[in-house]
Design a protein around this ligand. Structure first.
Ligand code: RIB
Ligand code: CA
Length: 313
């Protein structure tokens, strides 16, 4: 299988960090052209710092890390320190990263990369609010048809909201950006809470990572020890949901996931349901399908893949 060129757009966040580690551990399949950071879980200065820390921990410091948008397109930033802690990466002992931050703004990096690379060769993997990507699409619509695919973590249907009763965080933070992406006709694969809530980092699974005994294994376990608190308290779940790693797992083993190609539209007006992904799961409208919206995942297969790959770092 030829290596897939990817750009990871992210707002680390412990689950983002695990997704980045999974990608870094898979160089035979994935060629990470760059990591672009966006404001989301915590403000941009922290998300870019956290991305650099994660690459330092994995000793993969040849990946370009770019800082992008520090606020949503049309509204003030809302963050999630209540989930991720003040640093955004609470859990392990953190440190000043040695990895440099690239000069080029993330939006310019996305545009220049997609204009340079052969059409259909680059996949965008978004793990946070869609601000960077939507800004790039608005500024340079010519790059949209050049994309191979956009695989994202965001939204929900049966699981409804995690930040409001109706909305999932990544969409809620920047619903206008999400609307641009969902209306762009880009080939879209969506990992909603409907699947991410099925990949829970239980004590047994976290201890299997800790038992690797490596710096990365222990760092990952310590992140997940902290990360589970919000979901355990809110849902009584047996561990934290590994939202963002689903995006990378899909690239490595798509057969782990099942979904439907359906229409998904974004609520951008209503105060009550702002950021809701209105997914026509039952195809009750004549709205054109625009997203492969995932509904199920092989949980054991996911964790077998994750643990085996983290063991490689
Ligand atoms: O709702 C979950 C998503 O919001 C994940 O990407 C998590 O990192 C936060 O960004
Ligand atoms: Ca994220």
């Amino acid at each position: 299988m030829s290596r897939r060129k990817i750009i990871i757009d992210t707002d680390p966040g412990q689950d983002d960090a695990v997704a980045i580690l999974l990608a870094l551990a898979s160089p035979d399949e994935l060629d990470i052209i760059g990591i672009t950071c966006v404001a989301g879980n915590v403000p941009l200065p922290l998300t870019q710092k956290n991305a650099r820390i994660v690459c330092d921990v994995a000793q993969k410091t040849d990946v370009a890390i770019h800082a992008g948008c520090d606020a949503p397109m049309r509204r003030p930033l809302g963050t999630a320190e209540h989930v991720h802690g003040k640093t955004g990466l609470d859990g392990p002992d953190l440190f000043e990263p040695t990895m440099p931050l690239a000069e080029l703004h993330a939006v310019d990096f996305i545009i220049e990369t997609l204009r340079r690379e052969p059409a259909g060769s680059v996949t965008l993997c978004t793990l946070g609010p869609l601000t960077n990507v939507a800004t790039a699409f608005e500024r340079a619509p010519d790059i949209i048809p050049k994309l191979r695919e956009l695989v994202m973590m965001g939204g929900a249907y049966f699981e409804v909201g995690n930040i409001t009763p109706a909305a999932e965080f990544n969409i809620y933070v920047d619903p206008e950006a999400a609307e641009i992406v969902f209306k762009s006709n880009v080939p879209l694969v969506v990992m909603p809470l409907d699947v991410t809530h099925k990949v829970l980092a239980t004590k047994e699974r976290v201890n299997a990572l800790r038992a690797l005994g490596s710096r990365v294994g222990i760092f990952t376990a310590e992140m997940l020890d902290f990360f589970e608190r919000f979901d355990v308290a809110k849902y009584g779940s047996d561990g934290g949901p590994l939202h963002d790693p689903c995006v990378i797992a899909y690239l490595l083993k798509p057969e782990l996931f099942q979904g439907r190609h359906i229409n998904v539209e974004i609520e951008t007006e209503s105060k009550l349901t702002l950021g809701m992904t209105v997914a026509d799961w039952w195809r009750v409208t004549d709205r054109a399908p625009n997203a492969m919206f995932m509904g199920d995942v092989d949980t054991d297969g996911f964790f077998t893949l994750l643990t085996e790959r983290i063991a490689r770092l």
